[in-house]
Design a protein around this ligand. Structure first.
Ligand SMILES: *Cc1c(COP(=O)(O)O)cnc(C)c1O
Length: 355
């Protein structure tokens, strides 16, 4: 079976992890600081603050922007549940706006109608490695004086008009095992605002600036040097990983004729976290079964709009956004990761063309 994702480790990761073990500093230490520096460069920001996972990155990015009880945050319902859950953790309420059919990202044309006096932030999600329409979103945010928190969990190294993901608003990245680069579990907050960087640092370590003096209610959301060692090796390979993903996606785009293939609009640097087709003329379950039988691993990201998840319906959410409803029924993600061989790509094409 060709897996839908496959992390890649080599001598570089082993050497850096060994260094950490031999140093005796295994929790947050110099490797975390080094990874933060390299990550800030990647995202084109002044600061990057490492945390335990991507959900914690979103949560602290929201808190550092002053989001809390009584506030509303506009976001996409076509995403991993962590995007919206991080808003709930702060006591604020996620407000879901429909997506665009061709990009799977939040539709900026629908955002202004969802703004109320309680709206404090917009959280676009750069789904599958393609950035949201940040030009339009930043314009709306400026007009209405809203914060922007980018869920860049799937967009390491992605760009929009040459500007990297995580450099428009406050960025939140995940370094989970399946992402374009990984520390097994891990996250990163990126910003150009020193006050936000300071606040995230304070909140990730129990609100402690001076040892054992706690000014605010914080968390233990620190990353360890063990994880950062993996991250340092991975971030140096990321350009190569992303280039391979791009080449794989290009091959699939050229050879798949019978399904709706994804594309990168002009001016967008897509990093192909997922390669997602739409089955518009039939039974998705049957298609998944056929692909599995042909040895092609698949993923459905995501089968249910966030507002239809039980956690949300029990909070009173009762919505039906047409594009989200449609694509949750149609999407299938195919393997596009850097480990695919030419033979794997041929197998994927043959299997999809015979659906
Ligand atoms: C992976 C992911 C997250 C959460 O990151 P974790 O590291 O798993 O906590 C948030 N949003 C999106 C879109 C993701 O894909």
């Amino acid at each position: 079976m060709i897996p839908i994702s496959s992390p890649q480790f080599g001598e570089e990761e082993l050497a850096l992890v060994k260094e950490v073990l031999e140093s005796g500093i295994i929790a947050q230490g110099p490797k975390v600081a080094a990874l933060e520096q390299e990550f800030a460069k990647l995202s084109g920001t002044q600061f990057a603050v490492a945390v335990a996972n991507g959900t914690a990155a979103l949560h602290l990015a929201l808190l550092a922007n002053g989001i809390g009880p009584g506030d509303e945050v506009i976001t996409s319902p076509f995403t991993f549940i962590a995007s919206a859950n991080s808003v709930l953790y702060t006591g604020a309420r996620p407000v879901f706006v429909d997506i665009k059919e061709d990009t799977f990202n939040i539709d900026p044309a629908l955002i202004e109608a969802a703004i109320t006096p309680r709206t404090k932030a917009i959280m676009p999600v750069h789904l599958y490695g393609l950035m949201a329409d940040m030009d339009a979103i930043m314009g709306i945010a400026q007009r209405h004086n809203l914060a922007v928190i980018e869920d860049a969990a799937q967009a390491h190294g992605a760009t929009n008009q040459g500007r990297p993901a995580g450099s428009f608003g406050t960025g939140a990245f995940s370094l989970y095992a399946t992402k374009n680069m990984t520390t097994a579990e891990g996250g990163m907050v990126t910003t150009n605002d020193p006050a936000i960087a300071e606040r995230v640092k304070l909140l990730r370590a129990h609100g402690m600036k001076v040892r054992y003096y706690h000014d605010v209610l914080g968390f233990n959301f620190r990353m360890t040097d063990m994880h950062a060692a993996l991250g340092l090796a991975q971030i140096r390979k990321l350009p190569m990983f992303n280039e391979r993903r791009r080449q794989n996606a290009e091959f699939l785009n050229q050879h798949l004729k019978r399904v709706v293939t994804p594309h990168a609009p002009e001016g967008y640097g897509h990093v192909w976290h997922q390669y997602t087709i739409r089955v518009t003329d039939g039974d998705r379950d049957a298609a998944v079964k056929k692909l599995t039988d042909a040895g092609v691993g698949t993923g459905i990201f995501y089968p249910v709009p966030v507002y239809r998840q039980k956690v949300y319906t029990e909070l009173g959410y009762n919505q039906s956004l047409p594009v989200t409803e449609l694509v949750t029924q149609q999407v299938i993600s195919l393997p596009v990761h850097p480990k695919l061989s030419s033979a794997d790509l041929e197998t994927i094409v043959a299997a999809v063309e015979s659906l």
